[in-house]
Design a protein around this ligand. Structure first.
Ligand code: FAD
Ligand code: UDP
Length: 391
């Protein structure tokens, strides 16, 4: 055996670390975690901005929320959570509205004082242009959910900027999960539990990896044969959990899966408060970015500097090879290719594929943790405790 451990985990995001932690702590097995980045935690990684001392989420704002009791209990073993509740605002034609679309948004937009029933009736009337047809694309779904005026103001151009695709070409499902509320409730998430890790994401993540049975090697790419733990010498010899991009694992043999990436533009401003809230969306077509994050507001309980603030503008585009893959685009071609990769994956002896990249699926953190715990239950526990095969 080239590597003297019981499991190699490729990728130290929440999926990989959850599996590593369980196998190390519950099954007492030795786990080697490798990551090609210079830090652990995958996209949930956060760091302290050197100039302001404010915690910044390097790969985009991360909000933890879940209704899964098992995931909530598990997460609480490694961190406490603040009482942060996520709320989003949106600036349309120089005016700020609450998101997601709720009675406050509707009444402000129509300069009215509709009751919930009146607002419902109005939207129903405006959505009637579909004539009762099932929405076939995002554009029709938007009109169906909220009527054309609200759709065009808050959704159409935002979505076009975010996906760089005409909303008539996008699946309706993308915004099916966007809540529309006929109350003044403007909480972004509906989950039972919500909050931010009290001492930051990186502290949480580091506690998960802090176990004598876990070794972490950073700056280590699984496909780099010049380092000792790589695909060529590990697969077939040691069980592997792979959480990198599934197409890359098979040398893109079935074609590239398409992803959206984000560009983040970080700026420190000489003011104590730039926008008064964590996230401001920009739904208008003439603003090139989709939203601005202001990180100090994620932790109002902290004693941050009062004369500086750090903001991040978010721009969205198609990912090229070499860009960070963030959101699966999921075209019909992608779905065909994914099926082909799944077939190939079945043939890989003792290699499990997991996580956002390994399954080409958008996963929130709680979903990544939940899916990892299920993989431990269904595959790794039977393997380590009962000698069952892995694949
Ligand atoms: P990742 O975190 O992507 O980890 C995969 C790891 O594998 C990476 O560290 C990568 O470097 C490593 N890797 C890849 N290839 C190789 C290789 N060849 N060799 C070695 N290592 C490799 N979730 C929420 O719950 N709330 C949010 O608000 C939220 N916001 C998000 C915003 C953005 C912009 C993005 C992209 C995601 C967001 N998420 C959010 C999702 C969250 O980031 C994921 O749930 C989480 O990252 C999933 O973890 P993972 O382990 O599957 O993948
Ligand atoms: N969306 C929109 N306007 C907004 C916010 C969201 O049109 O102000 C749409 C958009 O199509 C987006 C989808 O709703 O892709 C999901 O939004 P969410 O904020 O959940 O996306 P994420 O934070 O994952 O980028």
């Amino acid at each position: 055996r080239g590597v003297d451990v019981d499991l190699v985990v490729v990728g130290s995001g929440f999926f990989g670390l959850t599996v590593a932690e369980r196998v190390a702590a519950e099954h007492g097995r030795k786990v080697l975690v490798i990551d090609r980045r210079e830090h652990i935690g995958g996209n949930a990684y956060s760091e302290v901005d050197a100039e302001t001392g404010i915690e910044v989420h390097r790969y985009g704002a991360h909000l933890f929320h879940t209704s899964n009791e098992r995931v909530w209990e598990y997460a609480n073993r490694f961190t406490e959570f603040t009482g942060y509740v996520h709320r989003v605002y949106t600036t349309h034609r120089g005016e700020v509205f609450p998101m997601p679309i709720n009675l406050g948004t509707i009444n402000q937009f129509f300069r009215s004082a509709y009751t919930p029933d009146q607002a419902r009736a109005l939207v129903r009337e405006q959505a009637a242009e579909l004539g009762g047809r099932t929405p076939e694309n995002l554009d029709e779904q938007g009109v169906n959910l909220i009527g054309r005026p609200l759709y065009e103001a808050f959704i159409r151009d935002y979505t076009a900027k975010q996906w760089q695709t005409d909303p008539r070409e996008l699946p309706a499902s993308i915004i099916s999960r966007l809540p529309v509320r006929y109350t003044y409730d403007n909480r972004y998430f509906n989950d039972t539990h919500e909050g931010l890790p009290v001492d930051g994401y990186t502290a949480w993540i580091e506690r998960m990896a802090d176990h004598p049975n876990i070794e972490v090697r950073l700056g280590t790419d699984f496909f780099d044969e010049s380092q000792p733990v790589n695909k060529a010498n590990v697969v077939g010899n040691v069980p592997v959990l792979y959480t990198g991009p599934v197409d890359r694992y098979f040398d893109n043999a079935e074609g590239d899966l398409s992803w959206r990436t984000l560009d983040f533009e970080r700026e420190v401003l000489p003011v104590g408060d730039f926008q008064g809230t964590t996230v401001m969306n920009y739904p208008d077509a003439d603003v090139p970015y989709t939203r601005i994050h202001e990180f100090r507001h994620f932790h109002p309980e902290r004693d941050y500097v009062k004369d500086k603030t750090v903001i991040m503008r978010e721009f969205s585009r198609f990912a090229e090879r070499g860009d960070e893959p963030y959101y699966p685009i999921n075209t019909a071609t992608d779905r065909e290719r994914l099926l082909a990769y799944r077939e190939l994956a079945k043939g890989e002896k003792d290699v499990l594929f997991g996580g956002r990249l390994g399954t080409y699926q958008y996963l929130d953190m709680h979903m990544a943790i939940g899916a990892a715990l299920s993989m431990v239950d269904n595959k790794l526990t039977p393997h380590f405790e009962g000698g069952a095969g892995l694949a």
